[in-house]
Design a protein around this ligand. Structure first.
Ligand code: WT7
Length: 636
């Protein structure tokens, strides 16, 4: 009746959470708490840190004396394993399930927190027996099996850092990461199951080790039992080592400084080699566990499934560390979502009573394509919250996920973050009214904005650069071995203001909701996986018949983006279908299947600036039949 909408009137364009979600939410309020957290950022994080165990508490929450090399919880002593495992053993949670794991062929393993501790301790002793010491970096290249998590935690327990290389990467990508980390020890498996076939990890490892002089020992977990080559004095079966007396279940957790390195994780950037981002024990523990607990409303009854790969930051933060710190029961699945049939995920949701599912838009689109009948075959009513990460989710996929998977009762947490940020940055809470495709608003303690080149906030609805104005405990501390690159990549553009540049373009609407548009640098997101054009191009150029190459991303219905490559062949050579295939296979062999170009176009020249930089935006515009924009810098 009233003409003016009352303040409590609901906006028909928003998706509101159902009452039971709001009533039981861990966090029941956003605006005031957010304001408070921004006013006293250190106070907010100290309060969160106080919910964890520490061997010794901090002298100072934030040390910003060497910006942008921030330090968090200075003077504190901890180890992430102290909170992820050790403290649970003193409570009833020692009997709680930590991991439910299902292999692709259908084999199942379940580990309580007690069993997890036993396995991690055993692995830690084995690493020690291989000479791994505090501060060494162990490279881990594994399928999604429990031993992957055990290996990561074992490294952390003895104070070594891990560098997990995604199992979908191949020879050159692996060798390059081993060399950068100077790893002496490598942990792998004889393979993993993917769509009924064995992914030959050990074969790739053997080839990579032949390019990696630093590797002295390689520990191989037997997963598939297919034949692999093992070299004397270098290769050891995990099960052989595990049967030795050294592999007992006694090992102290190493006391670490809060700022000691926990892991490095390589991610693609604008130029050259992938960079190894450094994360630490203290701040990362606090940041990941807080975001996980508040955003996904974690309760002891939950069964949490983050269907990512542990080889990416999503898996590090939200399959392994945060859920363990929060004492959750974690679901882990080895294989493909549609193997043997497209109901595989929904079957597991039903079988294990999963309550929260966190996945990527590309997986949602892929499963949506098979139709509603597959999820409809199963009782998936145990689900109460859903999540999305990796790239913008198109409203069509969002609505399908919300109605068909979530039965219109599960809010979708569309979390924007990066390898660099360690955890969620822009994200709804379960109580937030949602708009399909928007990550909504910044998390507590995070001041985000969208600005122009000069650093001025753009008008509502206008596109600009996404920046973060203040430090947070989960932030990467540096690029390993290259602090200058860390400063140049993230902190140079808004040096005066001291802001972090995310590398994404975005909009903020009139309600203050953030909309991520995509990368502004030469990073391509294929199926949510982050790849650098530079890496794909150098893989192409390493082919004996290629002189020059350029890679661009074009929109793709399922993958979000697909790679298209332009190739100049060496003088006198002519491109044909056979060479096209051989080039694509070559990229697959060097980088991994995800990096294979969708198509290759043979050309005689590439548009370049006078300084010789390939103008990828011109190639992209041409491929899409769009205006080519400012060509004044192009070389004739
Ligand atoms: C880039 C970071 C964070 C874990 C997985 C990706 C894109 C990530 C979203 C989202 C829109 C997103 C951004 C970002 N991205 N999440 N919810 N909505 N875009 O980590 O491999 O370091 O990639 O992924 O472009 O910069 P990453």
């Amino acid at each position: 009746m009233a003409k003016k909408k009352s303040k409590s009137a609901k906006d028909a364009n928003l998706y509101y959470p159902i009452d039971s979600i709001v009533q039981n939410a861990n966090v029941k309020e956003y605006e005031n708490l957010y304001k408070k957290s921004i006013k006293d950022v250190e106070g907010f994080w100290a309060e969160q840190a106080n919910t964890l165990d520490w061997y010794k508490k901090w002298d100072k929450v934030l040390d910003d004396s060497k910006k942008p090399f921030y330090k968090w919880f200075k003077g504190a002593k901890t180890n992430i394993v102290q909170n992820a495992i050790d403290r649970h053993l003193k409570t009833w949670r020692r009997n709680k399930i930590a991991f439910i794991w299902e292999g692709e062929p259908g084999d199942v393993k379940v580990f309580s927190y007690h069993a997890l501790n036993r396995e991690v301790t055993k692995f830690a002793n084995i690493l020690k027996s291989m000479g791994v010491k505090k501060r060494d970096i162990v490279t881990i290249y594994m399928p999604q099996i429990p031993e992957l998590a055990f290996a990561m935690l074992a490294c952390a327990k003895i104070g070594a850092a891990h560098s997990v290389v995604y199992g979908g990467f191949s020879v050159e990508a692996l060798a390059e990461r081993i060399a950068d980390a100077q790893s002496r020890v490598l942990v792998t498996a004889d393979g993993g199951w993917r769509r009924g076939k064995v992914n030959d990890l050990k074969g790739i490892v053997n080839e990579a080790i032949s390019r990696s002089p630093t590797i002295e020992a390689c520990i191989t977990v037997k997963r598939t039992g297919h034949e692999v080559f093992m070299e004397n004095d270098r290769d050891f079966w995990y099960h052989d080592l595990a049967s030795l007396p050294i592999a007992n279940s006694k090992c102290e957790t190493e006391v670490m400084d809060a700022e000691d390195m926990l892991f490095i994780l390589y991610t693609s950037g604008t130029t050259g080699k992938p960079k190894g981002l450094v994360h630490t024990h203290g701040g990362y523990s606090v940041y990941t566990s807080t975001t996980h607990r508040m955003v996904f409303d974690i309760k002891d009854e939950d069964r949490w499934w983050c269907a990512a790969d542990p080889g990416w930051i999503t898996g590090h933060s939200y399959i392994v560390y945060a859920p363990l710190i929060n004492g959750s029961t974690i679901m882990m699945y080895e294989g493909a979502p549609n193997h043997p049939y497209p109901n595989r995920w929904w079957q597991m949701v039903e079988k294990y009573g999963i309550t929260i599912l966190y996945t990527s838009p590309t997986a949602i689109r892929g499963l949506m394509r098979f139709g509603d009948q597959w999820p409809k075959r199963h009782d998936i009513s145990s689900l109460r919250l859903l999540g999305s990460v990796g790239e913008p989710i198109n409203p069509e996929a969002w609505k399908w996920y919300h109605s068909v998977i979530g039965d219109n009762k599960c809010p979708i947490m569309d979390t924007w973050w990066q390898t660099e940020t360690g955890g969620f940055m822009i994200t709804p809470l379960p109580i937030t009214p949602l708009k399909p495709g928007s990550g909504t608003k910044p998390f507590f303690g995070i001041e985000a904005d969208v600005v122009n080149e000069e650093g001025k906030t753009v008008k509502p609805g206008e596109e600009g650069k996404l920046i973060i104005k203040n430090p947070w405990p989960g932030m990467a501390r540096t690029v390993m071995g290259d602090p200058k690159r860390y400063v140049d990549t993230y902190w140079k553009d808004y040096k005066e203001q001291g802001w972090y540049k995310a590398g994404d373009s975005a909009r903020i609407d009139k309600d203050g909701y953030f909309w991520i548009i995509g990368r502004i640098d030469d990073v391509i997101k294929v199926s949510g996986y982050r790849l650098g054009t530079a890496e794909i191009e150098s893989a192409l150029v390493s082919h004996p018949q290629v002189a020059e190459a350029a890679a661009i991303a074009l929109p793709h219905e399922l993958k979000g983006n697909a790679i298209h490559a332009y190739v100049i062949l060496k003088a006198g050579l002519v491109g044909d279908a056979a060479l096209d295939k051989s080039l694509r296979d070559h990229v697959g062999h060097e980088m991994g299947p995800i990096a294979k170009p969708e198509s290759i176009t043979f050309v005689d020249s590439l548009p370049k600036t006078r300084s010789g930089k390939i103008m990828r935006r011109v190639l992209k515009a041409r491929a899409q039949g769009l205006p080519e924009g400012d060509l004044s810098t192009i070389e004739e």
